[in-house]
Ligand binder design. Structure first.
Ligand code: ADP
Length: 630
C-alpha cells in the first residue's frame, strides 16, 4: 500500500499554493507585498497608539507629573497619529496608482500568452487555463487573495497586542483560602483553565475552518466543468456573428436547453455554497459564544474572590474576546486566502509553462538573390496527444523562386506541412533543412522572417487597417498603399473616411465591419508588406468574388515576383501555372511534377482534375468575360 506522504505542519495552515501566488505577485511587482504588509501593520497599530498614550496621560495625571510631562505625551500622540495617517495614505495611494495588480496581471498574462510556443497554446489544458483566468478575474481573483493576505497581517498584530494585555492575568497573586473552588480560582490553575478554554475553542474553530475549506475546494473542482460550459455559451451568444447560424438552424432551443442545464447546475452549486457558509458559520458562532461565556465565568469568579479588581473584568474579557476574535478572523482569512490561491492555480500553472521549442542561435543568411533551399527529410508528425501520423515519412526538396502548389483531399496534411515549415510545430521524426542546416538551429525569429503566410483561418485584429497590414504601429504608408493596390483593395480603402487609420471590427465605437473577401485581401496585403522570401497562401481566394479572384491570379507572378510561392488550393485550374505541383494523400506525397506530367500519370491528380474539368471551360469563358469587363 502506498504510504501517505507526511505533510509539514505549516501546510495544515497555509496551502503551498499560497507561496506560489505570493511568488507570482512578487513577479508582477516587487513592491506589492511589502507595501501591503506595511499598510496593514500601520492600520493595526494606529488604535494602540491612542490606547497606550491615553494610559500614559492618565498615569501622569494621577501621579501629579505636571502639565509639561502630560503635554509631552499629548504631542507624541498627535505626532504619531499624524505620521501613521500620512504613511497609510501614501501607501494607499501607491497601491491604487502604481501597484494595482489587476492591470499588471492582465498585461503579464497577455505577454506570456503571446510568447508561448504555438504548439502549447493549441493544447486544451492551456486553453482551459486562459478561460479559467478570465473567470477567476471576474470573481475578484488576485484582489481577493491580496485583501485576505493584508487582513491576516492586521490580525497578527492585533493578536500580539491582545496577548500582551491578557498576560498579567496569568501572573496574579495567589490567595491561600480554604475551599476547592476558591483554591482553583485563586491559584495559577485558573490561568491554566483559561488557557485550556481558549485553546479548545481555537482548536474547534481550526477544525471547522479546515472542513469548510476542504468542502469548498472539492466543490470548486466540480464547478469548473459547468463554469467552462456556461462561459462558452456566454461567449458564443456575445459573438454576434454566430447569430446567423443560430437563427438559420433554429439552434435557439438547443442553446436554451443546454444553458438551462448549466444554470441548474450553477444553482445547485450556489445553494451548496450558501449551505456551507450557514453550517460552518453557525458552528463558529456557537463556539465563540461558548468561549466568551466561559471567559466571563473564569474572569468573573476570579474577581469575586478578590484576586483581580472588578474593574479589570472588562479589561480581561475584552482582551480575551479580542484575542479570540482576531484568531477567528485570522482563520477565516487563512481559509479565504487558501481558496483564492486555489482559484489562482490557473495563473501560477500558466506562468510555470516553459517553452519547449529549441531555439538555435545561427542567424539566417540575408541573401539578395533569395537563393534559399528548403528540404523535408523523412519527416513524420503527429499532433501532441495523438498517435495518428498526420505526415508520414515525407521527403521534399525545393529551391526559392519556385512556384509550388500543394493539392490533395481535405485532411491530407497540407496545412500541417506548412505549419511544420514555419516551425509552429517541430517534426516528431525527421528533419527540415534550410540550406542544409536543421531549421531548429536557426534563430527562431530570423527563421520566421523568411515566411509570409496567409492561413486559411487567418485572423485580422481590431487595430487600425494600416497597423494590421504592417503588423506594426509605425509603417511606410506608401508601401501599405502599394500592397493594398496589389491585393485589389486600394479603391475601397480610399473611400473609407479614416483611410489607413480605419479601425477594424466593432470592439470600440469607431470600429468598422468588413466582408470576408475584403478581410482576405487585407490578409494578402499583410503578407505582401512583410516582403519575405517565401510567400505561402492557403486557399487565398476562397472568399473572393470572381472578379477579385481573376485579378489575383492574373497578377500572381507580379505579386510574388522572384519569391518562392507555396500555394494550397482546391481549385485545380488555379494550380496549373505552378511549375511544381505536389499531391498529398493520407499524410504522404503520392505524386509531384508539373501539370502535364501529372495528367500523364493518370493518378490522384488526374482524377481530381477530371472531377473539376467540366467547370474549367466555363471558367475559361468567365475569365474572358471578366477580362473584357475590366
Ligand atoms: P489539409 O490542410 O490537407 O486539409 P490538415 O493538415 O489541416 O489537412 O489536417 C490533417 C489532419 O490533421 C486532419 O485529420 C486533422 O483533423 C488533423 N489536425 C489538424 N490540426 C490539428 C490539431 N491542432 N490537433 C490535432 N489534429 C489536427
Amino acid at each position: 500500500m502506498k504510504k501517505k506522504e507526511k505533510k509539514p505542519l505549516w501546510q495544515w495552515v497555509i496551502d503551498p499554493q499560497v507561496i506560489e501566488v505570493i511568488k507570482l505577485i512578487h513577479f508582477y511587482n516587487h513592491w506589492t507585498i511589502p507595501v501591503t504588509v506595511g499598510q496593514n501593520i500601520l492600520t493595526a497599530i494606529k488604535p494602540f497608539i491612542n490606547v497606550i498614550c491615553s494610559a500614559m496621560i492618565l498615569d501622569r495625571l494621577i501621579s501629579g507629573a505636571g502639565a509639561f510631562a502630560v503635554m509631552q505625551v499629548v504631542y507624541w500622540m498627535v505626532a504619531l497619529n499624524l505620521v501613521c495617517s500620512l504613511l497609510i495614505s501614501v501607501l494607499d495611494w501607491l497601491m491604487q496608482s502604481y501597484l494595482s495588480l489587476n492591470s499588471v496581471s492582465e498585461q503579464r498574462f497577455s505577454e506570456k500568452a503571446l510568447q508561448l510556443d504555438y504548439e502549447r497554446m493549441e493544447q486544451t489544458d492551456v486553453r482551459d487555463m486562459i478561460r479559467l483566468h478570465d473567470q477567476v478575474k471576474n470573481i475578484g481573483g488576485i484582489s481577493n487573495f491580496l485583501n485576505s493576505f493584508g487582513r491576516i497581517v492586521k490580525y497578527l498584530v492585533s493578536l500580539v497586542y491582545a496577548f500582551v494585555l491578557i498576560l498579567p492575568f496569568f501572573f496574579t497573586e495567589t490567595i491561600t483560602e480554604k475551599g476547592i473552588v476558591q483554591w482553583i480560582f485563586t491559584s495559577p490553575l485558573s490561568g491554566i483553565i483559561l488557557a485550556a478554554t481558549l485553546s479548545i475553542s481555537i482548536w474547534c474553530s481550526i477544525i471547522n475552518f479546515r472542513k469548510k475549506q476542504k468542502a469548498i475546494e472539492e466543490d470548486w473542482e466540480s464547478s469548473l466543468k459547468f463554469n467552462r460550459i456556461t462561459a462558452y455559451f456566454h461567449f458564443s451568444i456575445a459573438k454576434y456573428q454566430n447569430g446567423k447560424d443560430i437563427r438559420s438552424y433554429r439552434l435557439v432551443d438547443i442553446y436554451l436547453k443546454r444553458f438551462r442545464e448549466c444554470m441548474e447546475q450553477l444553482m445547485i452549486y450556489l445553494k451548496k455554497q450558501t449551505k456551507l457558509e450557514e453550517e460552518y458559520g453557525g458552528r463558529i458562532i456557537f463556539i465563540s459564544q461558548t468561549a466568551v461565556t466561559l471567559f466571563y465565568i473564569i474572569v468573573g469568579t476570579k474577581a469575586l474572590f478578590g484576586v483581580i479588581t472588578v474593574g479589570s473584568i472588562l479589561k480581561y474579557v475584552n482582551s480575551l474576546t479580542s484575542f479570540y476574535e482576531s484568531f477567528i478572523g485570522l482563520l477565516n482569512d487563512l481559509t479565504e486566502m487558501n481558496i483564492a490561491a486555489l482559484h489562482l492555480k490557473c495563473d501560477t500553472d500558466f506562468f510555470s509553462i516553459k517553452n519547449k521549442k529549441y531555439e538555435g542561435q545561427i542567424p539566417v543568411e540575408k541573401r539578395d538573390d533569395n537563393e534559399y533551399e528548403l528540404e523535408f527529410k523523412d519527416v513524420s508528425f503527429s499532433y501532441p496527444g495523438s498517435e495518428h501520423k498526420v505526415l508520414d515519412h515525407v521527403s521534399f526538396h525545393f529551391k526559392v523562386g519556385s512556384k509550388i502548389a500543394l493539392v490533395g483531399k481535405n485532411g491530407a496534411g497540407k496545412t500541417t506541412f506548412i505549419k511544420l515549415l514555419c516551425r509552429l510545430y517541430d517534426p516528431t521524426d525527421g528533419q527540415i533543412l534550410l540550406n542544409g542546416i536543421d531549421i531548429k538551429k536557426y534563430d527562431y525569429r530570423e527563421y520566421q522572417s523568411l515566411f509570409s503566410v496567409v492561413f486559411q483561418d487567418f485572423k485580422l485584429f481590431s487595430f487600425e487597417l494600416g497597423e494590421n497590414i504592417a503588423s506594426n504601429v509605425t509603417y511606410d504608408e506608401e508601401q501599405v498603399w502599394n500592397c493594398l493596390k496589389k491585393a485589389g483593395l486600394e479603391d475601397r480603402v480610399k473611400k473609407m473616411k479614416n483611410g489607413l487609420q480605419t479601425v477594424l471590427y466593432q470592439t470600440g465605437n469607431e470600429g468598422m465591419e468588413i466582408s470576408g473577401g475584403e478581410a482576405q485581401k487585407i490578409a494578402i496585403a499583410r503578407a505582401l508588406y512583410k516582403d519575405a522570401p517565401v510567400i505561402i497562401l492557403d486557399e487565398p481566394t476562397s472568399a473572393l468574388d470572381p472578379i477579385s479572384e481573376y485579378e489575383i491570379y492574373s497578377k500572381f507572378d507580379e505579386l510574388v515576383s522572384n519569391k518562392t510561392a507555396i500555394y494550397i488550393s482546391h481549385r485545380m485550374s488555379s494550380c496549373r501555372f505552378c511549375n511544381n505541383i505536389v499531391v498529398f494523400d493520407h499524410g504522404g506525397i503520392c505524386e509531384s511534377g508539373n501539370h502535364e506530367e501529372l495528367l500523364a500519370k493518370k493518378g490522384l491528380y488526374y482524377n481530381m482534375w477530371q472531377a473539376q474539368s467540366q467547370y474549367y471551360e466555363e471558367d475559361q469563358a468567365d475569365a474572358e468575360k471578366v477580362k473584357n469587363y475590366l
